[in-house]
Design a protein around this ligand. Structure first.
Ligand SMILES: Nc1ncnc2c1ncn2[C@@H]1O[C@H](COP(=O)(O)OP(=O)(O)OP(=O)(O)O)[C@@H](O)[C@H]1O
Length: 231
């Protein structure tokens, strides 16, 4: 689970500062797909960067799996991020020379606490994850031999390699047509429910709103929970 607790984030703006996130409290719970929507410049990406522990808030706490990430040293925050958070970016950001299976294996080697047994465990998860995202038959293909939707599926599987409790997703459908986008959103909802990740997903695209369990709307750096769906 993840809790952004009364967080504020400002950026330098000439001699002054611009408030990108203004005292937001937002909770991601296990098995819940929470959509973050709102106009351009409202602070959605900044919220995700805070949740990813990539930036520190000016004030407030970011609680991840019971730990206040804002109080950790940089290196301990990095370890927490690797072990507890999966991130899917707008573009899949795959390495062109590697097959789908190798993209996940690299993540298995890089991340986590580095203990040999743990790495072996993570390696063993790779084929199961490729199957879970519908790519079992494409494991040996390189990015150029995959469609845009399939590349995004590889990125999703890669984000799940360390079995994160928190999954953060930034505009996953922006490079896809409506049908492929709907498939990716459906996949993210299914994985969230099956793997009980607390998933925060930034989206402009309200075409896909029906798969979201909750929708939080951000306006001028402030967030309001606008809908909650009961499954
Ligand atoms: N690195 C930065 N330096 C200065 N100001 C920034 C920086 N990043 C974002 N901002 C400002 O913070 C505010 C929120 O930006 P943010 O990118 O979080 O919004 P957004 O809702 O994700 O927008 P978009 O949908 O266009 O990506 C905006 O006013 C933006 O100009």
């Amino acid at each position: 689970m993840i809790l952004l607790d009364d967080v504020t984030l400002t950026y330098p703006d000439g001699d002054a500062r611009v408030t990108a996130v203004d005292r937001v409290t937002l909770e991601g719970r296990p098995g819940v797909l929470t959509g973050i929507t709102g106009p351009s410049g409202s602070g959605k990406s900044s919220l995700l960067a805070l949740a990813a522990t990539l930036v520190r808030p000016d004030s407030g706490r970011v609680m991840i799996a019971g730990t206040d990430a804002t109080r950790l040293s940089r290196s301990r925050a990095t370890t927490l991020r690797r072990e507890s958070i999966g991130i899917v970016f707008q573009q899949p950001q795959l390495l062109p020379a590697l097959t789908a299976r190798e993209q996940l294996r690299v993540m298995a080697e890089l991340g986590g606490s580095g203990r040999r047994e743990r790495r072996a465990l993570v390696r063993g998860r790779v084929d199961e994850l490729l199957e879970a995202v519908g790519l079992a038959a494409f494991a040996d293909r390189r990015p150029a031999q995959l469609s845009g939707g399939q590349r995004q599926r590889v990125a999703i599987a890669r984000a799940l390699v360390h079995e994160p409790s928190v999954l953060l997703v930034d505009e996953p459908t922006s490079a896809l047509d409506t049908a492929r986008g709907a498939e990716i959103m459906g996949l993210l909802a299914r994985l969230t429910h099956e793997r009980q990740t607390a998933t925060l997903l930034v989206t402009h695209d309200l075409v896909h709103r029906e798969v979201l369990d909750e929708t939080v709307e951000v306006v001028d750096g402030r967030a309001a929970l606008v809908t909650t769906r009961t499954r």
